[in-house]
Structures are given as C-alpha cells and as structure tokens.
Design a protein around this ligand. Structure first.
Ligand code: FE
Ligand code: CA
Length: 527
C-alpha cells in the first residue's frame, strides 16, 4: 500500500467511525485489535458480497473463516481487524473510501460495512484485507439519486438453492448476466439431513443450533459459483422457511420436516440461532437480530423508476390451516379455518408499514419481493399448498387492496420450485375481476420439483385462468428489465444441475406494458 492510499484509508476510517454503521461490526472509536496470530493463509474462503444499495452507500460483507464446516469457523475467539477499500476502478488505482471494521466471534467473524459517501448510480469495486492477505475483488453499485429517472433497472431474482439437490449452474450463468441487482427470495439454505443419494450430499448435519447452522451456511457459502454471483452484483435478500425450519410459521415449528416435536420455547431458541446465522452470512442493511426477533422487511429505491418492497412472509404469519392429513406437507382444500378473518401473513406491523410505503411511493414500477406464490394455484385437482397465499385468503385480499392505485405493481415469488407467470385478479378466487398486479414466479436455482408431480402440476397450472406460463422441469432464475414504459421478463433455465457447468437459455420472454398488468409473449430470439 502506498502512502497516498494509506492516508486516504485513514480518512475513510475516520468517516466510517464518525458515521457509525449500525451494523454491529463497525464500532465507533473502538481501539483496533491486532491481527490474531495463527490465521490461515486463505482466510477469505467464503468470498465477498454486497447488498441493499442506496444512492450514497452500499453494504459490504465478508467473513473471516479457516474451516467453513466448523461451528466456530476454526479461527478462535479473538476479534479480527478487517480493512476495507472501495475503488472507482477495478485496478484500485482510485480508492474512494476505506476503513477498518472489527470482525467479532459473536457474529462468526462477519463484517457488515456501510460504505458511505459514494456517488449515485455508478459501479464500484471493493476488497478486504486482513494482515498481509487480500480478499477477492467484488463489484457493486449504488442506486440512482432519489429524484432521478434512470433509463433502466435490470435485475434478476431467484430462490431455492438446495445445495445437495444439484450444482449451481444457474449461479454460474447468473454471474455472466448484465444486471444491476440480484433479488433473492428465500430458501438460501435448507434445514435437512444429508442424503447419500443426492447429487452433492451434505457434509454438515441437519442444523439445530448456532454451531450447526453456521456449519450448514459455511458449506453453502464455500461454493465458487455462489461466490461469483455475489461478487458480481449487489444482492437484496429476504428469507423463506428453510433458513430456519421447513414450513415454519412464526413461533410454530414446521410440520412434516421432523421439527414438530419442539416446544414453543425450544423452537424460538432454534429460530434465534437461525436468524443470527442468517444475518452473519448476508450483506443486509438491517440491525442484527435480538434473540428470536429480526426485522428484515425494508425497501430499496431505484430513483423514481422502481421501488422494491422486501417482505417477510415467515416471522409474523398465522400457523398454516390444517391440510388433508393423508397428504404430505400441508396440502389440502381451502377450509373455513383458512378463511378466518383474524389470520395474517405479514403481521399487523409489517402490513401497516407496507400500506404507508405504498401510499407514498413515487415509483413508476413497484415490485413486491416475497417468498411464496400469491396468485390462486391449486396444483392437483382442488388441492392447494396451504403454505402459499392461498392458505391466507383474507390477508391476501387486504394486501391486494393496498395495491389499488399504486403504479404498476409486480409481485415476484419463489418457494414452489417451478417457474410461472400470470396476473392476480382483484379477487384472486374470481378470475373475471380486473387484474391488479402481474405475478412472476421464479423456478428454483437447484431444488428439486417432485418428479412424480411434474406432469400433473404443469397441466393443471397451464389450465388456470390466472396463469400464462409454467415450467416445473427446469431450474434457473428470472431476469427483468424495467424502463418507464415497459417491463421485459425472461425465464432463464439451465439444461442440467447434475454437473458443475451447463448452458442457459431463455425458456419464455414476456413484456408488461405500463398501465396494464397482462404480460404479452415476446419472441425469445435464440439464446
Ligand atoms: Fe424451496
Ligand atoms: Ca420454501
């Protein structure tokens, strides 16, 4: 490091310390600890990431780890000073901000740096340094200024990356796309046992506490394809169920996934561990969790062009209505229990927050980013997945009422491991009512859709009045290009997840014109 960079670094550090970051890992005026002895040469094995961009800042993330599969990361208890640098160029000739954050054992030696004082609407490069070792370089960008009307926002969204179900060929291809942002809709990890017959059986055990969730996340984060995708774009993340426990609802452990024997107290202890490890591993612009409570709903603005409302459909929801006991995982008809007026998906506080945020959004396009399918989707006969919004019809009607009068609402969803696209009518159970939003469902990055159900589910969903497209056979992600007058959508699918590399192609392309939620097909033009 030359003298100028060093002085710029001191200045950047002073700026960071003066502003504070609220992230729990960049502490104001704390004396810096020394670099602990005995750190391994390769100390950035989980890569780097950035997220939740604003016009003047972005969150930068890394974790200092020796052994990703060990419950404590294998580097002991001592705090580690982590230098960070943000540059205007890939070669780091023009470092514009820098500082030192402290990675504490209490947060698994993660850092969440709020790199402030950046210029709006431009790309930056960032890296970390511990002692004489430098991390891989990440690329990130800021959002346009609040009043700006940028020409476009290009983002991808994805969900459901069960690591043992397949290779992340989708991430390898995602990393090569031309994007501003990646939105991840949950099931980042899966809470399940190793399956010796799987494509990539887990080496970590089914997570139940801090040490085992850390090991499971370490196993995920160590994958180079996932790291490439994070290092290329800022991400905006929300969760679904499997980051904690399959099909959990607020303080109810998930049923059908082996966790249903837990008492409420035991389950909340597990949720607290899972939430903390979620925070430790992602570049989130939120306060760290307090016990089992962790507010992650928030919004990301792209000038006056687009706004992304990031919802939490797990932490506050009513328990799923009882399904047909002869069927797996809570499938069943919509019962009187499901229609109870008192039931909620978002919880009262988040609903109020969303209502207020939607009332004042100036954006031309308003993206509701959340985990589970919102439109009516019986998948076999009249059987519904009661974990989806279908199991919460009254809460769904309240949310759709909040969308009335909002410019171009677009709901993006994941969870179901199939790709789909359609409209959501004002009354989702009456397809003759006018459409209020477009809904785009991303297939999984790697999680399996049950082979025995593929044909029947595709045939049924294709015949539903509110859906225009379905593909349950392919894994992948969705890209969206937003401009003032239109939204261009592509369902991008990979050929295989059985090997580490695969081609990607556009399975279907659609355009939504401003003012009309109905998507129109567009020629795909080859690759
Ligand atoms: Fe999933
Ligand atoms: Ca899920």
């Amino acid at each position: 490091m030359d003298r100028r960079t060093f002085l710029a670094g001191l200045l950047g550090g002073a700026v960071a310390a003066g502003c504070g970051s609220g992230s729990g890992s960049t502490r104001a005026r704390r004396p810096l600890p020394p670099v602990p002895a005995g750190l391994p040469a390769d100390r950035f094995v989980l890569g780097v990431a950035s997220g939740d961009p604003r016009p003047d800042s972005v969150i930068l993330w890394t974790r200092i780890v020796a052994d990703p599969l060990s419950g404590d990361g294998g580097i002991g208890k001592a705090p580690v000073p982590v230098r960070w640098e943000v540059a205007a160029d890939e070669g780091f000739g023009r470092v514009v901000r820098s500082g030192t954050a402290v990675a504490d054992a209490a947060l698994a030696h993660s850092v969440h740096v709020d790199a402030r004082g950046l210029a709006p609407d431009r790309w930056y490069w960032y890296r970390f340094r511990v002692g004489d070792r430098t991390s891989p370089v990440g690329r990130t960008r800021t959002a346009p200024a609040a009043g700006a009307r940028p020409d476009r926002l290009r983002f991808a969204f994805a969900s459901c990356q069960n690591r043992q179900d397949g290779h992340w060929t989708a991430h390898r291809n995602l990393a090569a796309e031309d994007l501003d942002l990646v939105v991840f809709l949950g099931d980042y990890i899966y809470d399940e046992d190793p399956d010796p017959a799987a494509v990539r059986p887990y080496r970590s055990a089914d997570p139940v506490d801090l040490a085992t969730y850390r090991a499971r996340w370490g196993e995920y984060k160590a994958d180079p394809a996932l790291q490439a995708s994070h290092a290329r774009f800022p991400w905006v993340c929300t969760w679904d169920d499997h980051e904690v426990s399959g099909n959990y609802a607020a303080d109810h452990a998930g049923e059908d996934y082996g966790d249903d024997g837990l008492s409420r107290k035991e389950f909340l202890a597990r949720r607290a561990a899972a939430y903390r490890v979620y925070y430790e591993n992602l570049p989130l612009r939120v306060d760290p969790p307090r016990g089992a409570d962790f507010r992650i709903h928030r919004e990301v603005a792209w000038g006056r062009l687009a706004r992304v409302f990031v919802l939490d459909t797990r932490q506050y929801r009513s328990d799923q209505a009882a399904g047909d006991p002869s069927l797996p995982a809570g499938a069943g008809p919509i019962t009187d229990e499901a229609r109870d007026e008192g039931r909620t998906m978002l919880g009262r506080a988040q609903e109020r927050w969303l209502g207020r945020a939607l009332d004042r959004t100036p954006a031309a396009w308003n993206v509701i980013a959340q985990s589970v399918v919102m439109g009516r989707m019986p998948f076999v006969g009249s059987l519904y997945n009661l974990d989806q919004w279908d199991g919460y019809p009254v809460a769904r009607r309240r949310l759709l009422a909040q969308l009335r009068g909002v410019n171009n609402p677009v709901v993006i969803s994941g969870d179901f491991h199939l790709g789909a696209l359609g409209v959501i009518p004002e009354d989702p159970e009456d397809p003759t009512t006018p459409p209020v939003a477009t809904e785009i469902v991303s297939t999984s990055i790697s999680s399996d859709f049950p082979a025995a159900l593929t044909d029947v589910a595709e045939t049924q969903i294709r015949g539903l009045p509110n859906f225009r497209y379905v593909n349950a056979r392919r894994r992948g992600y969705v890209t969206c290009e937003v401009s003032a007058g239109r939204l261009d959508i592509e369902h991008r699918v990979v050929d295989t997840t059985a090997s580490p590399t695969s081609d990607v192609r556009t399975d279907a392309a659609w355009t939504v014109t401003a003012g009309d939620p109905e998507p129109r097909p567009r020629p795909t033009g080859g690759a």
